[in-house]
Design a protein around this ligand. Sequence first.
Ligand code: NAP
Length: 279
Amino acid sequence: MSATLMDGRLASGEVVLRLSRQVAALDFTPKLTFVRVGEDPASAYYVRSKERLAAKVGIASETRVLPEGTGQAELLALVEGLNADPEVDGILVQLPAPGIDEAEVLNAIDPAKDVDGLHPVNVGRLWSGRPGLRPATPSGVLALADRYDVPLSGARAVVVGRSNLVGKPVAGMLLARDATVTIAHSRTRDLAEVTREADVLVAAVGRPGLVTADMVKPGAAVFDVGLSRVDGKIVGDVDPAVADVAGWLTPMPGGTGLMTVAMVVANTLAAAVARRGGG
Ligand code: NAP
């Protein structure tokens, strides 16, 4: 058996088209502001890819780069300024940043402009089933599942990884779609036994090849979120041989990462419309 590849390039292209049409119908231009501290090349790369996609759909963006060594107070003051700026619809602070207390920064962002969906108010909305901005990577996983008709309701879902960024929110979103969800992590006993139960398996760890073919139930939908660099190549948590067992699989690269970028832009449009009205 060979898994259907859940193509992030194709699916994100479709999202871009839909968002472009929606933005074109507005009588204002939504704006997304990125904040970066220091010159970490990986952060700069992620911001650039999000800026490029925003431009493609007609959303304006700007990046505020603060020099390395910027203090907490200065960063918080910048965030406060962006919260108060009526032209800014979305704020994305690229974290972690050196010497910065992440939780305090996330707390400071206006939840209505929190396009990363990581503010405690948005986290609470997710877990209490209320509308709100949802984190981008988990939204991308759900969007791919829908695009490829992966059944979620009643499915056994296993999420490997329990971070606030990916593992927990993707588990919450699968639960909201009526999956029966298990969250596994580094202390999970006999991980393979747990993952073999999964109709839907999400790997969000960051360990190349952690999920091998013998850990996957035949026909399962497997979402590879983990991202590592090995000998200059980007590899996921899922061994490529899983394609012989799974029913659906996201390629790496070309899967969940591209959807993450698209979902940040989708969140910016949603935040803009919620705050300013439909135009
Ligand atoms: P993280 O905060 O480091 O969390 C990793 C999780 O994996 C932790 O919950 C950890 O468990 C668990 N873990 C570690 N070793 C394990 C093992 N041997 N077996 C089972 N679980 C294990 O990372 P993150 O921010 O969630 O990101 C996860 C990966 O996704 C990274 O590779 C990151 O680069 C990637 N990522 C990709 C995208 C994308 O768009 N594709 C977006 C964001 C992140 P404990 O909690 O017990 O330590």
